[in-house]
Design a protein around this ligand. Structure first.
Ligand code: SF4
Length: 434
């Protein structure tokens, strides 16, 4: 049996796309390989959001050259956002890459493989736009939890972000199709569903019969046997009171909200085209906290955006101190060609950016640690997701925190009660309650 190996960079949407690729290759009679050296097809699903990921990708493709020399029949396929964005560079710098396919061409991969074998020439297939999603054609990696995308693309054009250029305009998937997919997954044993979109909060506005994200969540929450619903990512400008209410009222909608802040300074937020202010953001947090019991909040923050000064950065620190996020994903600004921010003058030194970054990370790590400490002694319900480090089981609380504990593998995919006994910045430890 021929084998494939898929490597995925980037976000959950890319992970889902890789699950679609797995499904397509399985259907063609291939099987997954654990080792890159053993496979007949390598697919790299790329991310274009940050320069670092892109550079890592180039190093990675470069490393495949020797394998290709040893195995000339090996097919190297590059898909995803960097393939969509920089096909010329990949074609020029890596002529031994066999297939380049874009974010709107995933379902074509089996035919591209056949075509490549027939014509024996490099293939580059990039559609500039289109809707390529069939929700019944993916292989969810975990039997007990699954992603479901609800919208593809983004209309927001935050000035630093390449996503609207590589994923296209926002297109919502019809609610009936999403609900049908969720029902089918639950009937197959799935207990947790993560709804995906670049901005889930603007879901449904483009449909012939518009539906809000809260209405969709409400419907999905009524599916019998669906224990946990998560969603990602929320844009603050579109987070409605209606959404806060539905999360507060439905016990199977998890009380964790990932709400990217990006910056605390109104000047920088405006330059980022985020369309909310620091005050708006803090008000949303206040509304969430006053309505949703035990809510947890995570965020994304960029430091060193062009034009950011120390007093702008202080506003970011101020929001972090006021909100006390459970966790923050922090990044130094990464210039992306083709975005609006790309032409802005960047006068801050690398050294300064790194110092701010370190300061922010240290502050947030301390807050995460203190927030996790508050959970010690509690006995939450945990979904056991797999093995973590030191051969311990790894489970997830409702609030999205991860806990490590001793237990047997047959608990994976089940709910257990864990007494929390220890806390670090990024994880908890505990014991199963008998
Ligand atoms: S909301 Fe902004 S940051 Fe998020 S994908 Fe859209 S443009 Fe990018």
């Amino acid at each position: 049996m021929k084998k494939y190996y898929i490597e995925t960079f980037g976000c959950q949407m890319n992970e889902f796309d890789s699950e679609r690729i797995e499904y397509l290759l399985d259907k063609e009679g291939y099987s997954a390989s654990e080792k890159i050296e053993d496979c007949d097809i390598i697919v790299i699903n790329t991310c274009a959001v940050r320069e670092k990921a892109e550079n890592k990708l180039y190093g990675h493709i470069g490393n495949l050259k020797n394998l290709k020399i040893l195995k000339p029949d090996l097919l190297i396929c590059i898909g995803g956002c960097t393939a969509q964005n920089l096909k010329e560079k990949i074609l020029k710098d890596f002529p031994y890459v066999d297939i380049i396919f874009g974010t709107h061409n995933i379902s074509q991969l089996p035919e591209l493989i056949l075509k490549k074998k027939e014509i024996n020439k490099n293939i580059c297939e990039i559609r500039e736009k289109g809707f390529d999603y069939a929700l019944d054609r993916f292989r969810h990696t975990f039997p007990f939890k699954s992603y479901i995308p609800i919208s593809i693309g983004c209309n927001n054009f935050c000035s630093y972000c390449i996503v609207p250029y590589v994923r296209g305009k926002e297109i919502s998937i019809k609610p009936g199709k999403i609900i049908e997919t969720a029902q089918k997954l639950v009937s197959e044993g799935v207990v947790e569903i993560m709804l995906l979109g670049q901005n889930v909060n603007s879901y449904g506005k483009d449909l012939d019969n518009p539906v809000t994200f809260s209405q969709l969540l409400d419907k999905i929450s009524q599916i019998d046997g669906l224990k946990r619903i998560r969603f990602m990512t929320s844009h603050p400008k579109d987070l409605s009171a209606e959404l806060i209410n539905v999360i507060a009222e439905k016990p199977n909608i998890m009380s964790h909200i990932h709400l990217p802040l990006q910056a605390g300074s109104n000047k920088i937020l405006e330059m980022m085209n985020r369309r909310y202010t620091k005050e708006d953001y803090l008000e949303i947090i206040h509304n969430i906290r006053s309505r949703i019991k035990d809510s947890s909040l995570t965020t994304d923050i960029i430091t060193g955006f062009p034009g950011e000064k120390r007093d702008d950065f202080e506003h970011t620190l101020d929001v972090v101190k006021k909100v006390r996020f459970n966790r923050a994903f922090t990044f130094i600004y990464s210039k992306r060609d083709g975005t609006a921010a790309c032409s802005l003058e960047d006068s801050i030194s690398k050294k300064e950016k790194k110092e701010w970054f370190k300061e922010l990370v240290a502050l947030q790590n301390q807050i995460s640690f203190e927030e996790n400490q508050k959970l010690i002694g509690r006995c939450p319900e945990v979904l056991v997701e797999g093995k973590g480090s030191k051969n311990l089981l790894e489970g997830r609380l409702e609030n999205n925190s991860v806990v490590n504990f001793e237990g047997s593998n047959n608990l994976i995919g089940r709910f257990v009660k864990i007494k929390i006994t220890g806390a670090k910045s990024f994880y908890l430890t505990g014991n199963i309650l008998k």
